[in-house]
Design a protein around this ligand. Structure first.
Ligand code: SER
Length: 643
């Protein structure tokens, strides 16, 4: 059974249970300022779990692309990846526990044909202080399904000290069997949804001696032990609570949120705990093998390098496809790190020539059936990644020389026998490698570690912040506003112009873009594209909208963003389309929201602009249009005052 077949079986199975299959959301979350990347299947579902109706109904399933940037350093063992697909199904106030457990059992044992005697389960132990009961219902249901299949199914109250105790179903506390985006109940912010969960594990086998060989060998092994014997293949969250000021409240609807790693399920089906051996990696692995002349799995250190490259270039392919091009900030910074680390680890395999394009191409070939956008954006993805590779190759050579020079004066920990970490790469040395040679700090750290040296990370951060403050000051200069005078009244008219601009586009339509603007302390003048005289009703509507935004007393704030990002965030206005250029945008309302020119929304407008503006719209007074007239062919002019 191939991994693509497993994905299809899952989606078909849930379609049979009346679920609507939806495409994966982007890896770059929309309207969710809390994270840079989509890291779980439920993330795009949050509004619906909280009660907003989903346009496709109450039963939804998908295979969601996920990226966990926090795992970059973990990659190299047999199971960590930064990118993965999470199979998910959701009940939005529809079915609940009984159906979900029954279906998951059927999917695992009948569709994937996993041996029930190798499956283990965990459930929530309950927490009296939180007023949330023990999930005996889930435990007993698993028990009876197991027993029907002729498998012994002891339920055990788990205790680390005692290990497995011959159990098959275990109660764990909220550290393991509670799910919310922010973790345990105590860490959840008010408003966040969460709930107890029941997880499903595959046992790769005691005889593999994984536990005995691991760092946990002196403690008893259990299903949540990290030795690799057991791997979690799915998590059923009963998302029925919401954090409040007082504690927890039931959500208006009881939801199910299931998420299971596709690659891990494939590893269980193959009964091989190395996820990098599943078929999704075959094409890419073969390219790396042929380019390096090495074999995956033959030499331990090399296998580590193989895995880093396999993981990182797959992740880079998907994040670039979703628009995170390599850069110095936000998501692009991670893309850059993924590519740079791949190049560096390729050196460990003796690959000294450009190789990313071929690996990326292999991934596109593998995935294009389910993700057709990879094929349509193929050239761009390859170009972006290769461009970064070539750039980095050049600086890497010089940087490594520079690094060698930096360390040559220092005795390395391992060579001298001194404790590692004694000798330090200073903040300035690390910052110079970062600034002049494009070395991400993590790379300096890794190289240092290999030599038993440590890096002054705190000092590095201070250096970096100092530098950022300087360039911010530069940007401030660059974006100095276009207002001729900065009197209080002019500043107010300037903000009113933003409200007017947004209102005009809303009432007249997207064609009515700004053509000019002029502000004095007495009035504003605004020219816009529109072929005919505005009706009295339209003028009235525009006035009402602007005044409602004033009454709403929105905050007005700015941020400096790359132009592409500003556009993605719905910024309007006149600007030159220079790729990579940073622009200043002013937002009226919540800076994390999407501008809607509607006073019932949290965000009213976002516009490219140098400023300055008032701090909140309540200061503006009452807005009135005094004149609307023709200005030139196809352009109208409004004069308006604040009273
Ligand atoms: N939210 C759960 C998880 O990410 C299940 O989808 O594991």
């Amino acid at each position: 059974m191939t991994t693509q077949e497993i994905r299809k079986k899952y989606l078909d199975f849930f379609q049979k249970q009346q679920h609507v299959i939806v495409p994966s959301a982007s890896l770059l979350p929309e309207n969710d300022p809390t994270t840079l990347f989509t890291g779980s299947g439920m993330q795009p579902m949050v509004p619906f779990l909280l009660g907003q109706p989903h346009p496709m109904g109450t039963r939804i399933a998908d295979s969601q692309k996920c990226f966990r940037s926090g795992d970059i350093e973990e990659v190299g063992d047999n199971r960590h990846t930064t990118f993965f697909e999470m199979l998910g199904n959701w009940s939005l106030g529809d079915y609940f526990k009984t159906e979900q457990i029954r279906w998951m059992w059927a999917f695992l044992t009948e569709e994937l044909k996993l041996d029930p005697s190798r499956l283990y389960f965990t459930c929530f132990r309950g927490n009296e202080t939180l007023g949330i009961p023990k999930d005996t219902e889930a435990a007993e249901q698993w028990q009876s399904l197991l027993q029907e299949a002729g498998v012994s199914a002891e339920i055990v109250d788990f205790s680390e000290r005692d290990g497995m105790q011959g159990g098959r179903i275990f109660y764990y506390d909220e550290k393991k069997n509670w799910w919310s985006r922010s973790g345990v109940p105590g860490k959840m912010p008010v408003g966040e949804p969460g709930g107890p969960d029941t997880e499903m594990f595959w046992d790769f086998g005691e005889d593999l001696k994984l536990h005995e060989q691991s760092q946990w060998k002196d403690e008893p092994c259990h299903v949540n032990c990290d030795c690799g014997r057991f791997v979690e293949i799915g998590n059923n969250v009963f998302m029925q609570y919401q954090k409040t000021e007082q504690g927890f409240e039931q959500l208006p609807q009881k939801n199910v949120d299931f998420g299971g790693g596709l690659e891990r399920m494939a590893a269980a089906v193959r009964d091989n705990q190395d996820v990098f051996t599943i078929d999704l990696f075959d094409g890419a692995r073969e390219i790396i093998e042929s380019m390096s002349g090495r074999t995956y799995g033959a030499v331990e250190g090399e296998t580590y390098a193989f895995r880093v490259i396999l993981d990182h270039l797959r992740a880079a392919t998907f994040v670039v496809a979703d628009g995170a091009f390599p850069s110095n900030k936000d998501q692009g910074y991670f893309t850059r790190r993924l590519i740079r680390r791949s190049v560096r680890f390729a050196k460990n395999l003796g690959i000294e020539t450009s190789f990313t394009a071929r690996v990326v191409e292999a991934y596109i070939e593998t995935y294009k059936g389910h993700y057709p956008d990879l094929e349509s954006k193929k050239q761009q993805i390859i170009d972006e990644i290769e461009k970064e590779e070539l750039k980095f190759r050049k600086t890497l050579e010089q940087g490594i020389k520079q690094f060698e020079q930096v360390v040559s004066g220092k005795e390395t920990g391992s060579a001298s026998g001194a404790a590692p970490g004694k000798q330090i790469i200073s903040a300035t040395e690390a910052f110079d490698l970062y600034q002049s040679f494009g070395f991400p700090i993590e790379l300096t750290e890794e190289l240092a570690k290999e030599r038993g040296l440590s890096v002054d990370l705190e000092g590095f951060q201070v250096e970096k912040e100092k530098h950022q403050a300087l360039s911010r000051a530069g940007a401030e200069q660059k974006f100095k506003g276009g207002l001729s005078d900065h009197s209080d009244m002019s500043v107010k008219y300037h903000t009113a112009t933003h409200l007017l601009h947004a209102a005009i586009l809303k009432i007249l339509g997207p064609h009515a873009t700004q053509k000019g603007s002029n502000i004095t302390p007495e009035r504003l003048r605004f020219d816009f594209a529109h072929g005919e005289k505005m009706t009295d009703e339209q003028k009235q509507q525009v006035e009402t909208l602007v005044n409602a935004a004033i009454e709403r007393d929105y905050p007005v704030t700015f941020e400096i963003l790359p132009i592409e990002e500003a556009k993605k965030k719905g910024a309007i206005g006149l600007f030159e389309d220079n790729y990579g250029e940073q622009v200043k945008v002013y937002t009226v309302g919540d800076p994390s929201g999407v501008p809607q020119a509607d006073p019932s929304a949290e965000t009213f407008s976002r516009e490219f602009c140098g400023g300055p503006h008032v701090e909140h719209t309540g200061l503006l007074g009452k807005f009135r249009i005094v004149k609307e007239e023709a200005c030139s062919a196809g352009v109208r002019r409004i004069k308006a005052v604040l009273e």
